[in-house]
Design a protein around this ligand. Structure first.
Ligand code: SF4
Length: 351
C-alpha cells in the first residue's frame, strides 16, 4: 500500500462497519479496525468516503483496491459478563487485532463545554450506555484474563479521564494496573494520564506494573492549546516536560509517548521541531491526523474538517525520519498507542 493511500484512508475513512469498531470515547474514536498489509489500521467511519469495506475487501468507488485486508473478528470475550451482570464489552474493548483498551474513569473534570478538549468525546460513550463510568480493578483483571485466553490479546492500554485529585486520576490507574498485572503477569500494559502534580506518582505506576506511559499534550503551541484544550492548557508545558523527563527516567527511553495532532492549526515546521525535541528527550511523539467525529465540539460547533493529506504525509515523514535516525521505533514500545500504531501513519513511513 502506498503511503498516500494509507493517508487517504486515515483521513477519508471508510463506509461499512468492520466487526471491530468503536463509536465515541477518549482520544481518536468512531472508527473501524482492520489489518491492512499486516499493519493495524483504525479508520474513521465516514458514510461519504469513496472507500468502502464490503465485509472482506476495501473498494474505491466500487472497484477492489487489491489491498491485503485482514478482518478482525468480534472477540469472544465481548459475550461474557461479570458476576453482577456488566458486559465485558462495557469494561474494555479490542483495538486492532490484539490491543485491549479501556478508559478506567470515563468522566473528566474538564468536560464542561467551555473547558473540554474540542476533539474529545470521552463522556459520550457513557451517555449512550456503551461503557460504565468507573472500571473496578477486579473487573478489569477478569476481562484482561479472558481477552488473553480467548482472543490472544497481546497488550493493554489504560487511559483515564482527569479527576479532581492532585494525581489527576493516576492512582486509580495504578490500582487497575496492579490488579491486571496480578491476573495476567505477562501482559504488557501502557497507562495514559495527565502530568500528576506529585511526580512520585509516576514511580507508583511503574511499580504497579505498567510497562510504558503516555502523557499526552496533543500540541506544543500554547495558542493552539488554549483554543482547542481550554481546561487542559491550564497545565503549563513546563509541567509536561517535568513529567516526561521523570517518566523517561523511570520507564526508560522510548517507553514514554505523547500524542501530537496534525490539523489543529499549529505551524507544521514548529510541530516537527517539537517532535524532534521530544524524540531527543526519549519521548515518542505519536503523530496523528485530527479526526473529525460527531459528538465533539470541533465537529458539532466548530465544523472543523480533516487536515490536508499532503500535510499529514509530510509531517509524518519528517518525524519518522528523526525517529529512525535515533533508533526509536513505535514497535519497540512494550505497549501502547505507539506500539499499536493504528491511529497514525508513522509506522507506515518507518517510525
Ligand atoms: S493507536 Fe491507540 S487508540 Fe488507536 S487503535 Fe491503537 S491502541 Fe487504540
Amino acid at each position: 500500500m502506498s503511503v498516500s493511500t494509507r493517508v487517504d484512508l486515515a483521513l477519508l475513512g471508510i463506509r461499512g462497519q468492520p466487526p471491530v469498531s468503536r463509536s465515541a470515547g477518549a482520544g481518536p474514536s468512531d472508527d473501524g479496525h482492520l489489518v491492512i498489509d499486516g499493519m493495524n489500521a483504525a479508520l474513521p467511519r465516514n458514510p461519504q468516503s469513496p472507500y468502502e469495506f464490503d465485509g472482506q475487501r476495501l473498494l474505491y468507488d466500487g472497484v477492489d483496491t487489491g489491498l491485503d485486508v485482514a478482518v478482525i473478528n468480534r472477540p469472544r470475550f465481548y459475550d461474557l459478563h461479570t458476576a453482577d451482570g456488566v458486559a465485558y464489552e462495557q469494561i474494555a474493548r479490542l483495538h486492532g487485532r490484539d490491543v485491549l483498551a479501556t478508559t478506567v474513569v470515563q468522566t473528566c473534570i474538564r468536560y464542561a463545554e467551555d473547558q473540554r478538549c474540542r476533539f474529545c468525546s470521552i463522556e459520550e460513550s457513557l451517555r449512550t450506555g456503551s461503557t460504565v463510568a468507573v472500571k473496578r480493578p477486579a473487573d478489569l483483571a477478569e476481562v484482561a484474563a479472558a481477552a488473553v485466553r480467548l482472543d490472544g490479546v497481546r497488550q493493554m492500554v489504560m487511559t483515564t479521564g482527569t479527576s479532581a485529585g492532585r494525581d489527576r486520576g493516576a492512582r486509580h490507574l495504578a490500582r487497575c494496573t496492579a490488579a491486571v498485572r496480578a491476573a495476567v503477569p505477562d501482559l504488557p500494559i501502557q497507562v495514559q494520564c495527565e502530568p500528576p502534580d506529585d511526580l512520585a506518582t509516576i514511580t507508583e505506576l511503574r511499580s504497579a506494573g505498567a510497562d510504558s506511559i503516555g502523557i499526552h499534550v496533543e500540541s506544543m503551541d500554547d495558542t493552539v492549546r488554549r483554543r482547542w484544550m481550554p481546561g487542559k492548557s491550564t497545565v503549563p508545558l513546563v509541567d509536561y516536560w517535568a513529567a516526561w523527563t521523570e517518566a523517561v527516567r523511570v520507564f526508560g527511553r522510548n517507553q514514554v509517548s505523547t500524542y501530537l495532532i496534525v490539523g489543529l492549526g499549529e505551524d507544521p515546521d514548529e510541530l516537527v521541531t517539537s517532535a524532534r525535541q521530544l524524540i531527543d528527550a526519549g519521548v515518542y511523539p505519536f503523530v496523528v491526523p485530527f479526526r473529525p467525529h460527531p459528538g465533539t465540539l470541533a465537529v458539532d460547533a466548530d465544523r472543523v474538517g480533516a487536515p490536508d493529506p499532503a500535510l499529514v504525509e509530510k509531517v509524518s515523514r519528517q518525524v519518522a525520519e528523526h525517529l529512525t535516525f535515533t533508533g526509536m521505533l513505535g514497535a519497540d514500545q512494550r505497549a501502547g498507542c505507539a506500539a499499536c500504531g493504528a491511529c497514525s501513519v508513522l509506522q507506515n513511513v518507518g517510525g
